[in-house]
Design a protein around this ligand. Structure first.
Ligand code: ADP
Length: 566
């Protein structure tokens, strides 16, 4: 039944031109309505989905019922040259042992001399070395080529030259890579979810290192392979087309007797360690989520390599595997965005329902986005402000002061400003089922504000009935994110230490240490033939129920660590 017929205001989505059709399909199936620029007011939407980046003003003017599908400044990890630079910096700060998952890379023309030195060094060892050249700001395999002698290197725009992983794991002779979907729910504190379903993308011609110019054998991009002669042929084991679901890949690994748990763990580590490079530089922004596509290549020794991180990963539905994976993915993202019924009432509704007297339980919504308080006053904000002021016990930061200093500050600094804010706000708003929603902005230390104020409404504070949401001991620690939302598995934080570190300005050093500790515990647990699971009662003793991303039925992380490593 449509939301309106049930007496609820429908949620509204706004798509920017070029946004994938599957988003529209999924949201309409869920009973949402599409935003109509001609008929609706500027802020009268709940979700704005863009394939490209938002403007700063979009972040500044965000309203409590709205969500955006991008965090700012994601270029730090989604542009090939920036990622290379950041990973190199992390490698020198935290050791090559932790950051050894990306092939050596050089940005040209700037690092031509460095590349030349590496090239010569490799050639003198006598081993054949191959390189791959990629334009820094293109995607979908455009402009990519392979070479082994420097005379074949030509470029007319900035490129990165990366060591070519020439021993990829093959399935029936075909190269493949994994497209892993990662959702960053918040950067401050850092909260990362990885989706259980993903895609395996195949090259459509058999791998042969001699034919370096055959893109259908060396590149796994669908945008390239769908034009290959063998795309539609039934390829040995791979089948028609060029994609598998992750589930099919799991079965394949299982049949091969591979220790997949350790492989999944290493991939999770890559995701966490990569996002840690960006976390300190991404301004804390309220109500934003980021869906990223991590491209992972596995070599013959089962070592996963990070090839790149994709901004706005492709969501087109080209084949049955796409339909299975992407529709579920979008549904789970919407669940992660955690809309409530009151969000359907948006500006006027919030006000109208606020005025009605009612009784019932209270729950606490601890965030009025700081940008909302600071930003230029749109009409919706002015109305919101009016309501709050009527409550008498509310004060806002002076707009004059804020605006006058705003221009001198970066977005990040604006967020910090809020943290110094001292006033206490307490607004009561009636929620959908005649409950009172208390909007309370509590005093915050400067360090804590972004983590409590600038984030999506907590999944704990409502009567969320989704059976797919698995809670992390909500009765005892309401602030720990749920370990599972649909097929999204909480990957970071994964224990008390990392949870604390992520809230305290991301203590990268301690996080890297925890990741290494956990991986070596898992490695030693699975070194023998027999898997030794811990007793469940022991497993949950630290109060943090993290799951291991990857396996079909993800076990508790702590269950996977053998007692002998204690
Ligand atoms: P794009 O953004 O254009 O897709 P990628 O970095 O993802 O660029 O590279 C495209 C494809 O090239 C990958 O999917 C993979 O098959 C192959 N590839 C890229 N880098 C490497 C590498 N270092 N070693 C082996 N194969 C690679």
């Amino acid at each position: 039944m449509a939301a309106r017929e049930q007496g609820f205001a429908p949620l509204v989505f706004r798509l920017h031109g070029g946004a994938p059709q599957v988003i529209r399909e999924v949201l309409l199936e869920r009973g949402w309505e599409e935003y109509d620029e001609q008929k609706q007011e500027e802020g009268d939407w709940n979700l704005y989905w863009r394939t490209s980046a938002f403007r700063n003003s979009d972040y500044e003017n965000i309203l409590p019922w709205q969500r955006l599908n991008h965090h700012p400044k994601m270029i730090h990890i989604t542009r090939k040259d920036c990622l290379t630079r950041h990973l190199r910096r992390m490698k020198s700060a935290h050791g090559a042992a932790a950051y050894d998952f990306s092939p050596a890379a050089f940005t040209l023309p700037n690092e031509y001399t460095k590349f030349l030195a590496a090239y010569v060094r490799n050639r003198t060892t006598g081993k054949p070395r191959y390189w791959i050249c990629k334009p820094v700001d293109l995607s979908r395999g455009r402009g990519i080529f392979l070479f082994d002698t420097i005379k074949d290197l030509t470029y007319d725009s900035p490129v990165i030259i990366q060591r070519y992983i020439s021993n990829p794991l093959l399935i029936s002779g075909y190269k493949f890579d994994l497209r892993i979907y990662v959702c960053v729910k918040s950067f401050s504190p850092l909260i990362i979810y990885m989706h259980q379903e993903g895609l395996v993308r195949f090259a459509t011609e058999k791998y042969n290192i001699v034919s370096l110019d055959n893109v259908y054998a060396h590149l796994t991009n669908t945008s390239i392979n769908k034009f290959g002669l063998c795309y539609t042929t039934d390829k040995e084991r791979v089948g028609r087309g060029c994609k598998w679901t992750m589930n099919k890949f799991r079965s394949f690994l299982h049949n091969q007797g591979v220790n997949e748990l350790l492989l999944w763990r290493k991939i999770s580590n890559i995701v966490m360690l990569t996002l840690l490079t960006a976390a300190p530089s991404v301004p804390s922004s309220p109500n934003c989520l980021e869906l990223l596509g991590f491209d992972i290549l596995i070599d013959t020794s089962f070592k996963p390599w990070l090839l790149e991180v994709n901004y706005s990963p492709a969501l087109s539905l080209d084949c049955p595997a796409d339909v299975t994976v992407k529709k579920g993915l979008i549904n789970d993202i919407i669940d992660l965005m955690n809309y409530r019924m009151i969000d359907g009432f948006r500006q006027k509704g919030y006000l109208r329902r606020y005025r009605r007297s009612c009784t019932g339980r209270h729950y606490i919504l601890t965030k009025i986005p700081p940008a909302f308080l600071l930003a230029k006053t749109s009409s919706a904000q002015r109305r919101w402000r009016k309501v709050c002021v009527k409550r008498k016990n509310i004060t806002f930061p002076s707009i004059k002061t804020t605006i006058s200093t705003r221009h001198k500050q970066t977005h990040h600094e604006q967020m910090s400003d809020v943290s110094h804010d001292d006033e206490e706000l307490n607004v009561e708003v009636e929620s959908d089922d005649c409950e009172l929603t208390t909007l309370r902005r509590v005093r915050q230390s400067s360090r804590n504000v972004p983590s409590t104020v600038c984030k999506l409404p907590s999944l704990y504070v409502q009567n969320h009935k989704s059976p797919t949401v698995r809670y992390n001991r909500p009765s005892q620690d309401r602030s720990i994110p749920p370990s599972r939302v649909g097929d999204f598995i909480l990957t970071f934080p994964f224990n008390e230490v990392t949870w604390k570190a992520s809230r305290d300005d991301v203590g990268v050093k301690s996080v890297v240490h925890e990741i290494q500790k956990l991986t070596s515990r898992l490695a030693s647990s699975f070194s023998g033939k027999e898997r030794t699971y811990m007793d469940k009662r022991v497993a949950v003793r630290d109060g943090f129920e993290a799951l291991l991303w990857g396996p079909k039925n993800p076990p508790l992380l702590s269950e996977c660590c053998a007692l002998k490593s204690q």
